[in-house]
Write a protein that binds this ligand. Structure first.
Ligand code: ZN
Ligand code: FE
Length: 255
């Protein structure tokens, strides 16, 4: 039931993540951009890969799947909604399903918008969320597929998770997200505090991931589309969070 987690950078801003179920030794890679960094970490930890949990179909989350499948006897689980876009899947899941890694259970949450079938994996007993490119600290994934309302709905389901959840996302985007967040919500104290944390972490060469969900709920404009204060800053109606979310997402794209 307890897990050990390794998070390590690859290329300019991707994160590789390994989750190891301590009771059984089962080990999952959350997405798989490339076999090399994953193999290095497995060797370093003396872990054997048993699973890949895929969040969405983009190459920087899937390109390593087939080579890892050739090297290990693994089960690859991914989003049912994108099964035709991901090679090597053994198992498909969608919102409401669960998947286990040894003695650890993950709940699947639909988080569409970055891609239509994007899913996130939540380990409720250890309060760890693996959300790919759906949610970042102070930001969210670019909306490549679909429309704002379902994306906002997906982020609201992540927002319902406990405050003391640790969020493991797929990229180090916090610095750029911080600049945009401050531009739309300059008087938010929680945001100012989080930006300070991020600046300090990056200055000392540390990742800003995982991050605390409770802090992000108060600071991330994309989790606050229904906040009256934020709507007021943007001169937008107070009673239409879908519209506020759409405007935020659009503004970030050209920021
Ligand atoms: Zn992506
Ligand atoms: Fe990505």
């Amino acid at each position: 039931m307890s897990v050990s987690i390794e998070l390590f950078p690859f290329l300019s801003d991707n994160y590789c993540i390994l989750v190891h179920d301590n009771a059984t030794g089962a080990t999952a890679s959350i997405d798989a951009i490339d076999p090399a960094p994953i193999l290095d970490m497995l060797t370093q930890k003396n872990w054997t890969l048993s699973d890949i949990f895929v969040t969405h179909h983009h190459w920087d989350h899937t390109d390593g799947i087939l080579s890892l499948k050739n090297m290990f006897d693994i089960r690859v689980t991914g989003p049912a909604g994108e099964a035709n876009k991901i090679g090597g899947l053994d198992n498909t899941v969608s919102g409401g399903d669960t998947i286990s890694l040894g003695e650890t259970t993950f709940e699947i949450i639909d988080t569409p918008g970055h891609t239509l079938g994007h899913i996130s994996y939540f380990d409720r007993s250890n309060k760890n969320l693996f959300c790919g490119d759906a949610l970042f600290s102070l930001g969210c994934g670019r909306m490549f597929e679909g429309t704002p309302a379902p994306m906002w709905a997906g982020l609201k389901s992540l927002r319902q998770l406990p405050d003391d959840t640790s969020v493991y996302c797929g990229h180090e985007y916090s610095a750029a997200n911080a600049k945009f967040a401050l531009s739309v919500d300059p008087h938010n104290k929680a945001l100012q505090n989080r930006v300070e944390q991020i600046t300090d972490l990056l200055k000392s060469g540390q990742p800003t991931v995982p991050f605390n969900l409770g802090e992000d709920k108060l600071a991330n404009p994309f989790l606050r589309a229904d906040s009256p204060a934020l709507a007021q800053n943007l001169n937008m109606p107070l009673n239409n969070p879908d519209t506020v979310f759409a405007a935020l997402r659009k503004a970030k794209d050209t920021f």
